[in-house]
Design a protein around this ligand. Structure first.
Ligand SMILES: CC(C)(COP(=O)(O)OP(=O)(O)OC[C@H]1O[C@@H](n2cnc3c(N)ncnc32)[C@H](O)[C@@H]1OP(=O)(O)O)[C@@H](O)C(=O)NCCC(=O)NCCS
Length: 152
């Protein structure tokens, strides 16, 4: 099946679809998501639309000179079709000129996301013990951009 995929900034009309997607994927509402919705219009909040259906979203921010991916999710039945890569690349290209790196935290148990980010050029640079509410650790991953080379 071939979909028409559009990556675009979040619009208020996407609110319900994005909240439903967040609950479906992460099983708990994220305060980050609600605060980004309330702060509309805001940079770094993108959705993927597949044949008119919101099938993924990404929330990223730039703090000082470091860009961070805070949330990324693709609806189950749309995975492994490059939508996650398209969302991540859209954000990375939007910050490339203003930052040297993109950073993120990923659950130590989330092998799928780690594999995905590694394929996107992110590398493991550390671990934060007890980062998540349930006590789980986070791996810190960084993707260096044009001016930065990691000693890894
Ligand atoms: C992680 C996630 C966003 C990836 O989205 P996606 O649209 O499926 O990713 P892509 O199709 O662009 O995948 C690109 C590559 O990443 C790797 N990859 C993606 N999902 C993978 C998985 N489940 N297992 C192993 N490798 C995977 C593959 O190398 C894939 O290329 P391939 O399909 O040619 O083998 C999606 O699985 C998801 O929403 N997961 C739940 C939420 C989550 O964990 N978010 C990240 C933490 S915030």
């Amino acid at each position: 099946m071939i979909w028409l995929i559009d990556i675009r900034p979040f619009e208020p009309e996407d609110t319900r679809a994005v909240i439903e997607l967040e609950e479906e994927i992460f099983h708990e509402p994220s305060p980050i998501l609600y605060s980004m919705i309330e702060r509309y219009p805001i940079d770094g909040f993108y959705v993927a639309e597949c044949d008119g259906v919101v099938c993924g979203y990404l929330i990223g921010v730039v703090l000082m000179d470091e860009a961070r991916i805070l949330l990324l999710g693709v609806k189950q039945e749309y995975r492994r079709k490059t939508i996650g890569s398209m969302l991540a690349n859209y954000f990375i290209e939007s910050v490339r000129r203003i930052t040297n790196m993109v950073r993120l935290e990923v659950r130590s148990s989330n092998l799928a996301a780690q594999t995905f980010y590694f394929k996107m050029g992110f590398r493991f640079v550390g671990i934060i013990n007890g980062y998540y509410k349930n006590g789980e650790s986070a791996y810190v991953m960084i993707k260096p951009l044009d001016q930065l080379t990691l000693f890894l």
